[in-house]
Design a protein around this ligand. Structure first.
Ligand SMILES: [Zn+2]
Length: 439
């Protein structure tokens, strides 16, 4: 039905092709002269730039973009007015560490169950549901950092959302991720069984370069690799780990990825894994529990982002026991040091590492505030900073003229009570309202 309507309204081969493949139909509709005008009255606007909120702000939106933001003012003629005058309005949130194709893996059994008993189509259906949950919670952008055995299904989820087929956040995706032979589950099964692996198995410098090319060919925006495993404390009190790739292999991954114009995320929990990833030249450190002073200094100096994923660490610790509990405390100390050293911290939760239905990703904001960020710093860690990490600073992360209209609202004041961010009542993405429970 949709493409037939477009064929009637417009002519030409280009239009036919884009309609056939469903590309940007919404953008085309909105990009024309009759783009819908919306004016939002915001009681309190935290725009992501200013240190203090703007009171009684007026945000004017045309189509999918913000065209003006002012303190007070009159809505333009013909604009639909959305009254959020009793609410706090913010930029849409971003979570730069998610797994839409996973639904909680506290134990190895939880993980194996999903990989062995669920088909990729089934998992992709749940991924679409998870994307909707993220959007409902105010997350209008996510970076999904590997499919855990579901191959390139993240590219499909991203495409379906971008085409307006299903609701969800804007996505950047990492596809399959990489680890060397024997360094990633599923492990421990009889050698007679051929069991799936949660990542692409990659060995050697040439293997690394080829795997990067392959993943980029099928749609990876990021390359993710597993820098370490076997986390353990030694007498020095530092969290150590076994490094997965040789330096030559890790450098080959990073070099090839950068050569193709993409960026690298490295899973590292122990200090040895973090050190190896920084040596290789990665763009983001994921988890980072074992950050030492020297490694934090190096990350700050190199401008490498830290994505701490505190929510998942705290969530899985009781179920996993042992060092995992100590790692939560260790990461809190590292986080506080990182703040003093001006390491760039971008909000990431590892949603999917916990069940999407059980925890709201906005929990991560609460940890940041509890760990020493001001509420405004925490908000920026989940809006402006991830926008930079994603390379989307010109599009998202703040509420200002020229940006995509990705806007959320909460009833109370998150600068007084950060947990307000867990109760998002209004969500707009690209000028379309997906949720409005503001009364
Ligand atoms: Zn993860």
């Amino acid at each position: 039905m949709r493409w037939r309507r477009e064929l009637i309204a417009l002519t030409g081969v280009t239009v036919f092709i884009s309609a056939l493949f469903g590309a940007n139909s919404r953008a085309q509709e909105k990009g024309n002269a009759t783009a819908k005008k919306i004016a939002i009255r915001a009681g309190r606007l935290i725009d992501g730039k200013s240190d203090t909120p703007i009171l009684n702000a007026l945000i004017v939106i045309e189509g999918d973009k913000i065209v003006s933001v002012s303190a007070g003012g009159t809505p333009p003629a013909g604009a639909e007015v959305i009254d959020l005058s009793k609410a706090t309005v913010l930029p849409g949130f971003a979570d730069v560490h998610t797994h839409v194709l996973l639904n909680g893996d506290i134990t190895a059994a939880d993980y194996d169950e999903q990989i062995l008993k669920q088909s990729t189509p089934y998992r992709a259906i749940l991924a679409a549901r998870n994307a909707r949950i993220a959007l409902d919670n105010g997350f209008t952008s996510i970076r999904d950092v590997e499919t855990e055995g579901a191959m390139y299904a993240d590219v499909d989820v991203k495409t379906a959302i971008a085409r307006g087929e299903v609701p969800g956040p804007r996505m950047q995706v990492a596809t399959r991720a990489m680890a060397p032979t024997g360094m990633y589950p599923l492990l421990g099964y009889s050698w007679e069984l051929k069991v799936p692996v949660g990542v692409q198995t990659v060995d050697g410098v040439e293997g690394a370069r080829k795997a990067v090319r392959e993943q980029v060919m099928y749609g990876a925006d990021w390359i993710k690799y597993y820098s370490d495993r076997r986390y353990h404390f030694e007498d020095d009190g530092v969290l150590h780990s076994m490094v997965n790739f040789t330096d030559e292999e890790a450098k080959a991954i990073v070099e090839e990825t950068h050569r193709l114009g993409k960026k690298v995320a490295a899973h590292c929990i122990g200090s040895d894994g973090i050190a190896a990833a920084l040596r290789a030249g990665v763009d983001t450190i994921e988890h980072g529990d074992g950050f030492t002073d020297a490694l934090l200094d190096e990350a700050a100096k190199k401008g490498v982002y830290w994505v701490p994923t505190i929510t998942v660490g705290a969530y899985v610790a009781p179920g996993r026991g042992g060092n995992w509990v100590k790692m939560v405390d260790l990461e809190k100390i590292a986080f506080q040091k990182a703040l003093k050293k001006n390491v760039k911290i971008a909000l990431g939760t590892d949603a999917g590492g916990f069940d999407w239905k059980q925890l709201n990703e906005a929990e991560e904001f609460v940890y940041y505030a509890n760990y020493g960020m001001t509420p405004m710093q925490a908000i920026r860690a989940g809006t402006v900073v991830p926008a930079e990490l994603l390379g989307w600073s010109d599009r998202v992360g703040t509420v200002e003229a020229g940006k995509w209209a990705d806007i959320v609202a909460v009833s109370g004041d998150p600068l007084k009570d950060i947990t307000e961010l867990k109760r998002v009542k209004f969500v707009m993405k690209a000028g379309t309202v997906y949720k409005n429970e503001v009364h």
